[in-house]
Design a protein around this ligand. Structure first.
Ligand SMILES: NC(=O)c1ccc[n+]([C@@H]2O[C@H](COP(=O)([O-])OP(=O)(O)OC[C@H]3O[C@@H](n4cnc5c(N)ncnc54)[C@H](OP(=O)(O)O)[C@@H]3O)[C@@H](O)[C@H]2O)c1
Length: 514
């Protein structure tokens, strides 16, 4: 047991006990497994949150001896875990880690995998839950899912509370048609309640805190609507470029990589109505209802609700950075957007007339993800002299990363012998109040999947509803090629054309960050 046990883990195991589980990770030699999944499982073990009978099988095409995979996992923990390797706990986890080599489209390898899982179950002397984590590129999602079906692994324990489960990584389709096709492939083999589509943003503390902030505090709900809110700005900004992942990124772009999934989740949780309960279905029903209320984007070469751009050479964090077209593996004629900004309108009673601005990009001024609720200016004309009254709109900022917390921007009198004002910030920081060693998103999500709580996962109709909004935009941009594709300097906050989206409503982008 860890000495560093976090206060909010006290008493958790008795409510959140995971059933005995064999977890199989497909793509276990990959980057995500090394950086996130193995460290997450280890940290769950450290917090005594892994079930007594827990086995991890890594699956990949290249044969890797069990001992080698165990050693690699140990190194990954040393490099990427939020807490160091504990030599008392690790051997108990390590001994239950093995590797299974096979093709993703090889039925025989899946038969052997099934035999291995059943042998573990037999040795345990009790029924086990099988949890499949698909952490491969999407090109092999289909054969993996079909082989899980034909080998009988998907049906293991069906009808009991130990029914098999599958976690699927993003990207969940490239457009509406491919998302629907993938949903069909999944539901041919698994019931929807066995499926856990991951969006790791939902595992982040501040994102989960959004519901608490909104519905467990009586001061916010009365003003969370068109009468008080002027606009909402959601920013997911990265300062890094595409690095060595140019080949992957060029097929994706900012809209598919960030906006369609992560920022739409943030928008849905910010704008949805209160669910009737905290159950997964009630919350997801509200999110889908909200997504369905969003008006289609206006697509227009001279304006409209969307802007896209590519970064050009510039200075970032004091260092020269190349433009997108100079990056490794990027074709010279690439029209992939590294920045996109959108303006959504929600057609319901609460939000009629309140624009929701979303932006995401690479090589922006700083790495920050936040939701900013900007309130209307106060009525009346008491503080109008700009030489004395520096005023800003009240803004509630939910900062998701880095430095998770909530900030309220208010106007205050500057101490002194005359009345002058200045905007000030009231901060709540997770790290200050709760300590800095909070669980990572993947810890929460893997535990939830083991326990069978799908609240923080995306339902099939949710992803399709989001793609319905995005597919016309992506098709339109594709038809335009590079025409209308703007550029912005590395280290800036994006192109000037993104400001136009806001000026039309007399708004300005916030300088995102604490
Ligand atoms: N990395 C991240 O930070 C991150 C974050 C969010 C989501 N994701 C998603 O998580 C999944 C895994 O990401 P990753 O970065 O770990 O991927 P990855 O390292 O590129 O691939 C994972 C494993 O899949 C197998 N693989 C790679 N390319 C393949 C191909 N063309 N055909 C068949 N198998 C192939 C390889 O295993 P073998 O050769 O051993 O079979 C590889 O080690 C992806 O869907 C990704 O979009 C990743």
């Amino acid at each position: 047991m860890s000495e560093e046990r976090h206060p909010f883990l006290q008493g958790l195991s008795k409510h959140r006990g995971a059933p005995p589980t064999v977890i199989v990770i497909f793509g276990a030699s990959g980057d995500l497994t090394a950086r996130k999944l193995i460290p997450a499982l280890y940290n769950l073990g450290l917090d005594n949150l892994l079930p007594g009978d827990f086995h991890l099988i890594g699956y990949g095409r290249k044969p890797i001896p069990d001992a080698e995979f165990q050693d690699k996992s140990e190194k990954d923990i040393g490099q990427f875990s939020r807490r160091p390797l504990n030599s008392d706990i690790w051997p108990h986890i390590k001994k239950n880690i093995s590797y299974h080599a096979g093709g993703y489209d090889d039925p025989k390898a899946f038969e052997e995998l099934r035999e291995k899982c059943l042998a573990i179950e037999k040795e345990a002397g009790r029924d086990l839950q099988f949890l499949f984590y698909i952490s491969t590129p999407p090109s092999v999602f289909k054969p993996i899912l079909e082989n899980l079906g034909s080998s009988g692994l998907a049906a293991h324990g069906k009808g009991t509370n130990l029914a098999s489960k599958v976690i699927i990584e993003k990207p969940f389709g490239r457009d509406l048609a491919t998302a629907m096709e993938l949903n069909q492939i999944i539901t041919n083999q698994f019931d929807e309640k066995q499926v856990y589509r991951i969006d790791h943003y939902l595992g982040k503390e501040t994102v989960q805190d959004l519901m608490v902030l909104r519905f467990a505090n009586s001061i916010f709900e009365p003003i969370w609507n068109r009468n008080y809110v002027d606009c909402v700005q959601i920013t997911v900004a990265e300062d890094l470029g595409v690095g060595t992942r140019g080949g992957y990124y060029d097929h994706s772009g900012a809209t598919r990589d960030m906006l369609q999934n992560h920022t739409m989740q943030l928008l849905a949780l910010t704008a949805m109505e209160a669910p009737v309960s905290l159950s997964a279905e009630d919350i997801r029903n509200e999110k889908v209802k909200l997504l369905k209320s969003i008006q289609p984007l206006k697509l227009d070469p001279h304006g409209g609700d969307a802007v896209r751009a590519q970064y050009s050479e510039g200075i970032i964090n004091g260092e020269k950075a190349p433009g997108y077209l100079e990056e490794q593996d990027i074709p010279q004629e690439s029209a992939t957007e590294t920045f996109a900004a959108l303006r959504f309108h929600i057609n319901n009673w609460r939000w009629q007339g309140v624009p929701f601005y979303l932006r995401s990009g690479k090589r922006l001024a700083r790495r920050v993800s936040e939701i900013a609720i900007q309130f209307k200016q106060p009525s009346g004309s008491l503080f109008t002299d700009p030489s004395r009254f520096d005023m800003a709109a009240n803004t509630l900022v939910i900062q998701i990363q880095p430095d998770e917390g909530t900030t309220l921007l208010m106007n205050s009198k500057i101490p002194g012998l005359e009345t002058r004002t200045q905007p000030v910030k009231m901060h709540f920081r997770y790290s200050t109040t709760f300590g800095s060693n909070t669980p990572e998103a993947y810890e929460r999500l893997i535990l939830d999947a083991m326990v069978g709580d799908s609240t923080l996962f995306i339902r099939g109709d949710e992803t399709e509803t989001s793609w319905k909004l995005y597919t016309p935009l992506l098709e339109y941009w594709e038809s335009c090629g590079r025409k209308g594709l703007d550029s912005y300097q590395c280290g800036s906050w994006g192109p000037l054309s993104a400001d136009r989206l806001l000026w039309e409503n007399k708004h300005e982008w916030r300088r995102a960050g604490p």
